[in-house]
Design a binder for this molecule. Sequence first.
Ligand code: NAD
Ligand code: LMR
Length: 325
Amino acid sequence: MANPIRVAVTGAAGNISYSILFRLASGAIFGPDRPVHLKLLEIPPAMKALNGVVMELNDCAFPTLAGIDITDKAETAFDGVNWAILVGSKPRGPGMERGDLIRENGPIFVGQGKALNKAASDVRCIVVGNPCNTNCLIAMKNSDVGNDRFSAMMRLDQNRAQSLLAEKSGRTVKEVTNMVIWGNHSNNQYPDCENVRIGGKPATEVIGDKEWLLGDFIKTVQNRGADVIKARGASSAASAANAALDHLLSLARPTAAGDWFSAAVCSDGQYGVDKELIFGYPLTSPGDGTWKVVEGLPMSDWAKGKFEKVLNELREEREFVKGLL
Ligand code: NAD
Ligand code: LMR
């Protein structure tokens, strides 16, 4: 067997991680021939629960699980890892916006950015903990492993959008391609209904109901996290875990020709976004962890209005955390 791939997961005793870890360990993500070594980070009060998760992982007797380390020290968790999935942080409750979590969760990513710095030279870091774009910005600015190694998760929004469009058009999810969620993982995100395709054709042609596309479709994707919280009494977990792994795989496997995927990455000014904001873009990857922004997508004036709104929101979040950058 090949050398183990080393994956750090923070908040490892939490709800999302409970749906991530078993899939990582089972070989479902990196394949049956690639052993996985898990490095799990928690805060001291959650170490007992984490021990229980480790018992369960061991009890699965996964042939691909090469080892598990648990720790409450970020530097130990990140030491030598290839991937770091940063989940550990507080979820929002009913009536809160994701941005309301900045004050509590932002500081976590200062320490973790610094720890990545010391421990990991060849790491790809995926930020899930909310507000994930700005937490990612904080981790990136506190680290020197390289801005291109950080990304934040827009994939749950992409998956939600694809699923809604498949249902509305009566087509399969696989036929819905080229879905980009611009900007922020917030209720101001802009799920692009002008560039998405269904069966290779513009969704605007396939779905005659333009009012739905510009109205209910966008609102449903924007508010889905809050709707799940209202219904479940808890933040999305299984679908978030699934999206985190989809995000990882989109970086670890080549993007299908002509398609793209959504993730928030460090802007280099593409589409007029301020440099270094962590902005949701259409991306492609050759499958080695690197990515490129797809440039030149057209946008109507109506779409530009949505784009500007979410861009301004990210600027405000950056201003709010400037003391942490
Ligand atoms: P949870 O409360 O079930 O688990 C979070 C875990 O993180 C807990 O076990 C906690 O002990 C741990 N933790 C807290 N501070 C930590 C630190 N400094 N270091 C390591 N671990 C720490 O929450 P959850 O449902 O798993 O959600 C986690 C985060 O993911 C929340 O911020 C939530 O809003 C976010 N989320 C993001 C998306 C997205 O699309 N980006 C989707 C769903 C949830
Ligand atoms: C989601 O989109 O489900 C998560 O970000 C959780 C939340 O707070 O909405």
